[in-house]
Design a protein. Sequence first.
Length: 65
Amino acid sequence: MLAFIGWLLLLVICWPLALLALVLWPIIWLISLPFRLLGIAFDAVFAFLRAVLFLPARVLGHRGQ
């Protein structure tokens, strides 16, 4: 909602820039998709490494918070 209000404010102040932002937003979103997927993959790898590293403690009975 805040982004929409900001876009409306930009439309009032500088309408060509607001229209350019409206046209370019889907293109920027498509370009950012591979980086989001990489972030998800790295998060999964680090979660797996954490699980592997803490496995001995869990086997010995330690329960984390």
